[in-house]
Design a protein around this ligand. Structure first.
Ligand code: NIG
Ligand code: FE
Length: 421
């Protein structure tokens, strides 16, 4: 089945084989001016033509190829399907009460020690059935899709036992199989916190001897992640867990330096993980190590937004040649499912260029969270999967200028129109 999207407005294509770094991020050569058509065959983009030629070509085939569908984009701007490369989608419960504790000056660690934080979500998540968690998570995934997200990386980490971590990863698998939600890349985050019935030492041992082998056996996770942060998992523990995960065939990701510089940048560089996320407090040496090792820095601006803390210096990344991404970090503390909102934080609050910001959630994360089909994504190019957002506006910059509501008019996922507003 062929679909022709014609009369496209300005289109951001990001047709690149590598992540964009430095000045490449703000190069207007990634923009086609209005007047293109995208030809889709099945789930894949097969041609990008001038719109007039595409329509003539279609008309000359009329009658012979009745299965071609025409879609008039009406000169609206077009951007790739958005990739959310770091989220915690599957959990139950509610931690809204923690907002007042934060306003009273309690830190994340203090709230956790008072019975809140990750371990309180673990209790409420364990109490829910797989079906109940699936319904909650599907609703979240649909909200992400309505904001233009066509692919989501999501982590376990609110089970913290063999049985409940597997339950969370099964929910992610069911989302992956659901044609109405973004495609899913699953990560095991058993090392998210130490559960109540364990000491630090006994839990690390449990992770290595029981949880990791059981998870690896199910094949439900592509990657492993660790919350490497003073007070959670040390550098040595993180290195141990990630090396073991690697020997079980898992790819590696990390949470580093969220609240302070704990040397996470240096370790992420040493282990050459796919992405080192948060990294808000990573030292200059740590950043240099990440750059030298060509390890992606994954900024999660929703966290400082929700916690009321400072933004990192995103613009410094445009002045270096290090790869970086942005993602939602959707979690009980930071319930942001809209990447255009996250982008508004960069563009409207931190003076980051809107094209660079778009690259940070499309082409760049396509290399840290590949599409399950094996096709490239995060771009509008021949051979890529047809994940495409048509915006409401005829100006592409509008993609991140509507905080509080979605800028998207219609979304195509694997060649199918999945949403129209
Ligand atoms: O990435 N920092 C660790 N994990 C999550 C937050 C988890 C939670 O507070 O429930 C994050 O921000
Ligand atoms: Fe996270």
């Amino acid at each position: 089945m062929r679909t022709v999207l014609y009369n496209c407005g300005p289109m951001i294509h990001f047709d690149s084989e590598t992540p964009l770094v430095g000045k490449q991020l703000i190069n207007d050569n990634w923009i086609y001016s209005a007047g293109k058509a995208i030809i889709i065959d099945g789930s894949q983009i097969v041609e990008i033509l001038d719109s007039g030629d595409a329509v003539n070509d279609f008309e000359s085939h009329m009658g012979k190829n009745d299965s071609t569908k025409l879609y008039d984009v009406k000169n609206k701007a077009v951007i790739p399907g958005i990739i959310d490369s770091h989220s915690h989608l599957v959990w139950g419960g509610d931690r809204s009460r923690e907002v007042r504790l934060r306003q009273q000056g309690k830190t994340y660690a203090e709230i956790a020690n008072m019975g809140g934080g990750i371990n309180s979500t673990v209790l409420s998540t364990r109490a829910l059935s797989e079906n109940a968690l699936f319904e909650i998570s599907k609703r979240r995934a649909m909200i992400a899709l309505s904001n233009g997200t066509t692919h989501l990386e999501t982590k376990s980490g609110y089970g913290l036992s063999v049985e409940s971590e597997i339950k969370l990863l099964k929910v992610a698998k069911r989302l992956q199989l659901d044609a109405h939600t973004p495609s899913i890349d699953s990560t095991w985050l058993g090392a998210h916190a130490v559960p109540k019935n364990h000491t630090q030492e006994s839990y690390v041992e449990e992770l290595i001897s029981n949880q990791l082998p059981a998870i690896a056996e199910t094949g439900l996770a592509r990657s492993a992640d660790v919350f490497c942060e003073p007070g959670w998992f040390t550098l040595d523990e993180s290195e141990y867990i990630l090396n073991e995960a690697k020997s079980h065939g898992l790819a590696l990701r990390m949470h580093i330096d969220e609240f302070c510089d704990g040397g996470g940048g240096e370790l992420a560089a040493k282990l050459k993980v796919d992405t080192a996320d948060h990294a808000h407090h990573t030292s200059e040496t740590g950043r240099q190590a990440l750059k030298n090792a060509n390890v992606n820095t994954g900024f999660l601006p929703g966290t400082p937004y929700s916690m009321g803390t400072e933004w990192p210096d995103f613009n410094s990344m445009i002045n270096t040649n290090a790869p970086w991404t942005i993602a939602s970090d959707f979690n009980p503390n930071n319930q942001v499912l809209s990447i255009p909102f996250i982008a508004s934080c960069l563009v409207q609050r931190c003076k980051v260029d809107p094209l660079a910001t778009l690259a940070a959630c499309t082409i760049n994360p396509s290399f840290t969270t590949p599409h399950n089909s094996g096709l490239s994504h995060g771009k509008i190019a021949v051979g890529a999967i047809a994940n495409i957002n048509i915006l409401q506006s005829q100006q592409w910059e509008s993609w991140c200028l509507t905080p509080g509501h979605s800028p998207v008019d219609a979304t195509f996922m694997a060649g199918e129109k999945v949403n129209e507003y």
